[in-house]
Write a protein of this length. Structure first.
Length: 90
């Protein structure tokens, strides 16, 4: 199977529902050109899709989801803002 890394655009403050190929693994979330993206490792020959929800919030903001799974934390504007990315269940 061929593995590739793909990126998916996210929103901040609300959960973004992403349709990923089956078996895709979230790797990293960060800013690029002023937008927030998820990079995921994808095996492009697996059939089917899976939906995941990603929530990006700033430090001190509420997380109104049960059992959030932390993916990573990233800095914006040289650390002026700190965001935290979670995989969440609706």
């Amino acid at each position: 199977m061929t593995k590739k890394v793909f990126k998916y655009k996210l929103s901040k403050g609300t959960a973004t529902r992403i349709d990923l190929p089956m078996g895709a693994k979230p790797l990293h979330i960060d800013m690029q050109d002023g937008e927030i993206y998820l990079w995921a490792l994808v095996e492009d020959q697996l059939a089917g899709t899976q939906f995941i929800n990603i929530l990006v919030v700033g430090t001190g903001h509420e997380i109104n989801h049960l059992n959030p799974y932390h993916i990573n934390t990233f800095l914006v504007n040289g650390g002026e803002y700190v965001f935290h990315a979670f995989q969440v269940v609706d």
